[in-house]
Design a protein around this ligand. Structure first.
Ligand code: GLU
Length: 341
């Protein structure tokens, strides 16, 4: 055997040995069962829940805990919808998120929903006619929280003071403008105009960095109680004739009293309120909108347990103060419940 042949033989032996080693390492193949069904890799599951974003509000407000309860209801009871609650500046920002389809559902004030759908006030020239109503929730009081020693007896005394007028994108800011208007004041008459988040406004009040802050939110909001427990604050009352003017000029306001001790040590106050509500995009499929609405009311205890204001959300009052056209899915549910003709 010449050297070339010997080399070739060695190569062949090496190849055969390697092959045997590889095969030897392979796990034993299952014998094929001709009766077994072949399971194909799963394609995109059309039955998977659609993901919806629910634009809510301030972490230290009331929209946020209520939205959290809604997303829990979806998680526990809805096969078709997964709902994620997101915090935001609130009403005005949320209306815009519906317009751009960055959120499927949103909580906002009923006055702001009306302005948005009709393209008036802050929505002049950029209305959101595709916004639809689902149901209303609970009253949101305009709460003007002031340091007890700032000498603010009524909103007219805010002239020259340092004031948090509401977070960017809030409905609160619109209410602040209107209440100042009732006193013939504008932002220009204030000493300083601060645009802070609700939590920042609470911190600034506590640290005497501002004299007063506006919050349009449900009674019992964490942001206000956080200040009240550590500092002497009052809620500034709006005078009767100014309340009358506000009710006549802006029809979504109601005349309200904030009972004493709603917040630790804070005396009674008189103010105006709007209603919180849920809206969604007109394009949301009718069956899913129906499923969401029916599940909220069939599992309302979850919302009642999330915040004291949640207990005011009831089927009987679900269409009170509804300022815009209903989504057909919600409409069908309320029709079945006998709330509509
Ligand atoms: N109503 C508030 C606003 O739009 C938000 C309140 C909350 O988050 O509870 O300004």
């Amino acid at each position: 055997m010449n050297t070339r042949k010997a080399l070739s033989l060695m190569l062949v032996v090496f190849f055969v040995v390697s092959l045997l080693m590889v095969v030897g390492c392979e796990p034993e193949a299952e014998p094929e069962d001709p009766d077994e069904e072949v399971v194909e890799p799963e394609p995109e599951d059309p039955e998977r829940p659609v993901r919806w974003t629910l634009a809510s509000g301030w972490v230290a407000g009331v929209y946020y805990p209520v939205s959290g309860a809604m997303s829990r209801i979806a998680y526990e009871n809805m096969d078709n919808i997964s709902l994620t609650a997101e915090s935001s500046g609130a009403s005005v920002a949320n209306a815009r998120l519906i317009g751009t389809k960055d959120a499927e559902l949103a909580i906002l004030q009923n006055d702001i929903a009306y302005y948005a759908q009709n393209g008036i006030q802050m929505f002049e020239g950029e209305g959101i006619p595709e916004m639809r109503g689902f149901f209303t929730l609970y009253p949101e009081h305009v709460q003007i929280v002031a340091s007890a020693d700032a000498g603010i007896e009524n909103p007219g005394d805010l002239a020259g003071k340092s004031v948090a007028v509401g977070p960017l994108g809030s409905g609160t800011e619109a209410n602040t403008v209107q209440i100042l208007e009732a006193y013939d004041l504008t932002f220009d008459d204030l000493g300083t105009v601060e645009r802070l988040t609700a939590s920042e406004a609470a911190d600034f009040l506590r640290d005497d960095r501002i004299d007063a802050a506006f919050f349009t939110t449900g009674l019992g909001a964490a942001a206000i109680e956080e200040v009240a427990i550590v500092k002497d604050v009052v809620i500034v009352s709006i005078e009767e004739d100014k309340i009358d003017w506000l009710l006549e000029t802006y029809p979504y306001y109601s005349d309200e009293v904030i009972p004493a001790e709603t917040y630790s040590g804070v005396p009674e106050a008189r103010t105006v309120a709007v209603l919180a509500m849920v809206v969604g995009h007109a394009d949301l499929p009718e069956d899913l909108a129906y499923e969401y609405t029916s599940n909220v009311f069939e599992n309302i205890d979850t919302i009642h347990g999330a915040h004291e204001r949640g207990t005011l959300i009831t089927l009987d009052t679900a269409l009170d103060g509804m300022p815009i056209e209903l989504h057909p899915g919600a409409e069908q549910y309320f029709q079945e419940q006998g709330l509509l003709d």
